[in-house]
Design a protein around this ligand. Structure first.
Ligand SMILES: Cc1cc2nc3c(=O)[nH]c(=O)nc-3n(C[C@H](O)[C@H](O)[C@H](O)COP(=O)(O)O)c2cc1C
Length: 206
């Protein structure tokens, strides 16, 4: 089957959104923890976490369109701007439903932690909550953002300040055993996957 640009553009909004969200394949499932000026801890599931470089260690997340008044209702974006810190927390297979529920549009005064039954975990001096139930946690400091003009989304870049990993998941070569950590993968906006290692290959040389 081939879908041409005009056929893709002719699709109705929801099926197109569903297809294009899944078309790059499996993605990471992460919860972004933050807190705003109102002191309400915020949590939201994001599939867009991406590695941008290792020295310094930089990661990015892409926020949905942020323009005009919407800026204030994008809590993750607003909070990271407010205090400059955020966390990225892997979704463990035991918390998939709670993690998914954080995508609901809760009002400003409701913390998703309470609403979905996950536990905020604070570690000085990071000014953003981790998720206690996550096994792999990353603390970050906001560095800069890029406005993607084509659709008003924003790539927010953070520098890694701290990593929390379960015992036994990291070897001396720096390999992280995601299977042992119980992290899940995501496709589209609603499908969570367990994973299976096929091969681990040596560094490719000519
Ligand atoms: C599986 C899944 C992945 C998502 N990934 C992203 C993402 O990468 N970026 C984003 O802005 N929203 C993403 N969302 C939507 C947010 O979770 C949702 O808009 C949430 O309400 C944002 O919360 P906030 O306003 O507290 O930041 C995703 C939703 C689901 C269900």
């Amino acid at each position: 089957m081939t879908l041409t640009l005009s056929e893709i553009e002719a699709m109705s909004r929801i099926p197109r959104l569903t297809l294009i969200n899944a078309i790059t394949g499996y993605k990471s499932a992460n919860l972004i923890g933050s807190i705003g000026a109102d002191g309400v801890p915020n949590l939201a599931i994001f599939s867009s976490a991406v590695h941008l470089g290792s020295d310094p260690a930089l990661l990015g997340i892409v926020t949905r369109p942020v323009d005009g008044a919407i800026k204030l209702t994008r809590h993750t974006y607003r909070n990271i701007h407010h205090n400059g810190h955020f966390t990225i927390n892997h979704v463990h297979h035991s918390m998939v439903e709670a993690a998914h529920q954080t995508s609901a549009p809760y009002p400003d005064e409701v913390s998703e932690f309470e609403a979905v039954g996950l536990t905020p975990l604070w570690r000085d001096p990071l000014k953003a909550p981790y998720v206690a139930e996550s096994r792999i946690r990353i603390g970050l400091e906001f560095v800069e953002e890029y406005h993607i003009k084509a659709n008003n989304t924003i790539l927010m870049i953070g520098r890694v300040l701290e990593l929390e990993l379960p015992d036994g998941c990291l070897d001396e070569a720096g390999n992280l055993d995601l299977k042992m950590a119980g992290s899940v993968a995501l496709s589209g906006l609603d499908t969570y996957h367990d994973t299976q290692v096929l091969h681990r290959l040596p560094y490719a040389r000519i």
